[in-house]
Design a protein around this ligand. Structure first.
Ligand SMILES: [Fe+2]
Length: 314
C-alpha cells in the first residue's frame, strides 16, 4: 500500500446538549478518562496511547461532528489533502498545525460525499502511561459505522481517496480497513448520513462482561448482546448512551493477513450466518434498532428547539 493513506482510527467527536451529564456518563459508566478541555469541549482518553478517543462539544444541537483518523506523517497528510482536493472532495480546512489542547499535530478536514466530516492528522501527542490492568476500560476506539444512502459512492471515497480496503461485505453493510485491523469503518445501507454506532475495544471477554456489568450498575441495559459478529468475529454488547448515540464494547476483533485474505461476499455471509450473531442468541432490542438510525438524537433536538421557541415566544 502507498504511504499516502489513512492508517488508523483515532476517535470520534460528538455534539451534546449537556457536557457535564455526558462527561459523567463516559467517565463513570463507560470507563474513559478526561484528559483536557476548554470552552465547552472535553477530550477523553482510553487506556491506550491515543491522546483522546472521544471529544464532546456542548452545542444547541446534538449529533455526530467528526471521526478522527491517523496518517503516518506530515507528508502523508499533505498527500491525502492534495489527493482529496484533486478528486473534487469538499475540503473543510487545509493542512495546519492543530491545537495543543487536543494533542497538537498536523492535519486537515474533509467531508465524505454525503457530508460526514473526517479529520486526518499526524504527529498528535500520545500517552506513555497506558493502564491495561482494568480489562473493563476501553483501550481504543475500534470502529465507527456510518448509515449511508449511497454505499458505493461512500465506499469509493474511503478506498480511492483515503486508501481503505474492503474486508467483508454483507447484504446490509461493507466493512473497510485502513490497517491490519478487520475494520475501522463500516458503511450501512440506510436512509442517509448519520452515525449508526461507535465501538470501543476492551481487552477480552472478561473485560467486556465487566464493562457491561458496570453499565448495568449505572442503569444502562444491554440493547444488543452479548454476542459475536460474523465479519470481524468480534464479541459485542451495545448500549444507548444518555444523548441517544449507540455505543458498543467490543473485543477479539480479527486481524487481516493481506497476502491471504479473501473478501467475504454477501452470498458467503448469507450462507455462513443466520443473523449478525454467530451464537444465534442475541437480537437487538427495538429501541436499539431505532437508536442506530439516529432517531433519538433527532427527537431530542426537536424537543429542545420547541422549548427554546416557546421561551422566545413567551
Ligand atoms: Fe460494531
Amino acid at each position: 500500500m502507498s504511504n499516502i493513506r489513512v492508517n488508523g482510527l483515532r476517535g470520534v467527536e460528538l455534539a451534546v446538549h449537556d457536557l457535564k451529564e455526558t462527561a459523567d456518563f463516559y467517565s463513570n459508566a463507560w470507563g474513559l478518562t478526561a484528559v483536557s478541555g476548554d470552552n465547552g469541549v472535553l477530550y477523553m482518553r482510553a487506556a491506550g496511547k491515543e491522546h483522546h478517543v472521544l471529544a464532546i462539544h456542548e452545542r444547541p444541537r446534538a449529533g455526530f461532528l467528526a471521526a478522527n483518523f491517523a496518517a503516518a506523517d506530515r507528508a502523508s497528510v499533505d498527500g491525502l489533502h492534495a489527493k482529496a482536493k484533486a478528486m473534487g472532495c469538499e475540503i473543510v480546512s487545509a493542512p495546519m498545525d492543530l491545537p495543543a489542547i487536543a494533542g497538537g499535530g498536523y492535519g486537515f478536514s474533509v467531508k465524505t460525499p454525503e457530508g460526514q466530516m473526517l479529520n486526518i492528522s499526524s504527529d498528535v501527542a500520545t500517552h506513555g502511561d497506558g493502564d491495561f490492568r482494568d480489562h473493563s476500560r476501553p483501550q481504543k476506539l475500534s470502529h465507527v459505522v456510518f448509515n449511508v444512502a449511497d454505499l458505493d459512492s461512500q465506499e469509493r471515497f474511503f478506498t480511492e481517496v483515503l486508501g481503505f480496503r474492503l474486508t467483508d461485505s454483507t447484504a446490509r453493510m461493507n466493512f473497510i480497513r485502513c490497517s491490519s485491523y478487520h475494520h475501522s469503518v463500516a458503511l450501512a445501507r440506510a436512509q442517509g448520513p448519520s452515525l449508526n454506532h461507535m465501538a470501543y475495544e476492551v481487552s477480552n471477554f472478561d473485560g467486556l462482561m465487566r464493562g457491561a456489568g458496570r453499565m448495568k450498575k449505572h442503569g444502562y441495559k444491554i440493547g444488543w448482546g452479548v454476542g459475536r459478529h460474523g465479519p470481524g468475529n468480534n464479541l459485542f454488547s451495545y448500549f444507548i448512551e444518555p444523548n441517544g448515540f449507540v455505543t458498543e464494547y467490543t473485543a477479539e476483533v480479527d486481524t487481516i493477513d493481506e497476502a491471504t485474505h479473501v473478501v467475504g461476499t454477501p452470498d458467503y455471509w448469507g450462507k455462513m450466518m443466520n443473523g449478525p450473531d454467530r451464537y444465534g442468541l442475541a437480537d437487538p432490542s427495538p429501541e436499539l434498532r431505532e437508536a442506530m438510525t439516529g432517531k433519538f438524537i433527532d427527537e431530542r433536538n426537536k424537543r429542545c428547539e420547541e422549548i427554546i421557541a416557546q421561551k422566545l415566544a413567551s
